[in-house]
Design a protein around this ligand. Structure first.
Ligand code: NAD
Length: 339
């Protein structure tokens, strides 16, 4: 029995693959490498000391999905494949609706044809939009403020209709907050192909002198120190949340929407200070203007995931920063060694 991970070579998918393997679960990986590298598949094989089937291809490719489901005894799918830049989604919304919504529809059609009804979908806290209250709980109204978030919400709506149409579907839409950090082997981590979309890869690049300074967008918000506050969650905690969700779906049909966060917001400056302590590096900072569409603060209520999945994030901000930096160092060493 195998689990198919679409986007399985990406940041979150690769960590979930490692944790599933640790639990004795076989995985099959599909990724078109638009934001990852084939070397991650090799790293995962080394980490898990066994071969892992990897298909380079697109989740919108019906024929490829058909052949994967025919070849492997797949019982469930974790659907990570997606584009994740809010700014890019504003510039090119069709790309986002095609890849993130269209890709999911193709996947669901092929799953249905092959009689596979267990799915974990990577949703996002961006579905909530401007907070009417905090922490966001799952009952908070959803009104995303950009095409990336709207594409996530559209998929959630499709999943809700699907679950009503056929009672065999067992689906978890996991609304991630801000995953950072790396696997304790430091051999997999967050490695975007182009300019990073998130704070931690930027900090890593400044710490390793690949960028001269970090721009902090806005220090005049109504938050504890004026900079934005987010609910950072260790990617290993997030990965363990997927294992708990998969177990839960074994006995729970329907669509289940759950936040995966810690419930604890940290500011950009707190994050930088913690990173500096964990890494021993100095992060030069320049204050910039607020970015269009950025929210001052948001964080999760983690209560539903705790009560339903019996799962709770347990790693600290320091562990997130420490592991992210150690991964960066290991990655740079491997690049130097391969020259
Ligand atoms: N990282 C975050 O902060 C965050 C927060 C909330 C939700 N999410 C969602 O979680 C999922 C995984 O995020 P991540 O941080 O690991 O991103 P990532 O970019 O590291 O991983 C996504 C992977 O999907 C692949 N991919 C994209 N489109 C594809 C397609 N059409 N066919 C096949 N492969 C494709 C990319 O090459 C990449 O390896 C995404 O759906 C993202 O929207 C991420």
């Amino acid at each position: 029995m195998s689990i198919l991970l679409t986007g399985g070579l990406g940041f979150i998918g690769s960590h979930v693959a490692a944790v599933l393997q640790e639990h004795g679960q076989e995985v099959v990986l599909l990724d078109n490498l638009c934001n990852s590298q084939a070397s991650v598949a090799k790293q995962l094989e080394l980490l898990c000391a066994q071969p892992i089937p990897f298909y380079e291809g697109d989740v919108r490719d019906h024929a490829l999905l058909d052949s994967i489901f025919s070849k492997h005894p797949i019982t469930a799918v974790m659907h990570f494949a997606g584009l994740k830049s809010v700014a890019q989604s504003v510039q090119d919304p069709l790309l986002y609706f095609d890849n993130n919504v269209g890709g999911t529809i193709t996947l669901l059609q092929v799953m249905q044809r092959h009689g596979i009804h267990q799915l974990i979908f990577s949703s996002s806290a961006t579905v909530y939009g401007v907070p009417l209250y905090l922490p966001y709980d799952e009952a908070h109204p959803t009104k995303p403020i950009n095409p990336y978030g709207r594409a996530k919400l559209q998929v959630e709506e499709i999943l809700a209709d699907l679950a009503i149409s056929d009672k065999r579907w067992a689906i978890a839409a996991l609304r991630y907050f801000n995953p950072i950090g790396a696997h304790p082997s430091y051999t997999i981590g967050e490695l975007p192909n182009d300019q990073p979309n998130n704070l931690m890869p930027y900090i890593n690049q400044v710490a390793s002198k690949h960028r001269p300074f970090l721009t902090v967008f806005g220090n005049d918000y109504d938050t504890k120190d004026g900079t934005g506050e987010r609910d950072y969650i260790h990617v290993m905690d997030l990965a363990e949340g997927h294992v708990a969700a998969l177990r839960f779906l074994d006995t729970s049909a329907g669509l289940h929407t759950l936040n995966l966060g810690t419930g604890q917001p940290y500011s950009v400056l707190e994050m930088i200070q913690t990173f500096e302590k964990a890494s021993g590096q100095t992060i030069p900072v320049q204050m910039g203007p607020r970015r269009e569409g950025d929210l001052p603060i948001y964080y999760a209520s983690a209560a539903k995931a705790q009560s339903i999945l019996h799962w709770q994030a347990k790693r600290s901000l320091w562990e997130m920063c420490d592991s992210a930096w150690k991964f960066q160092l290991q990655h740079l060493r491997s690049l130097t060694a391969s020259v």
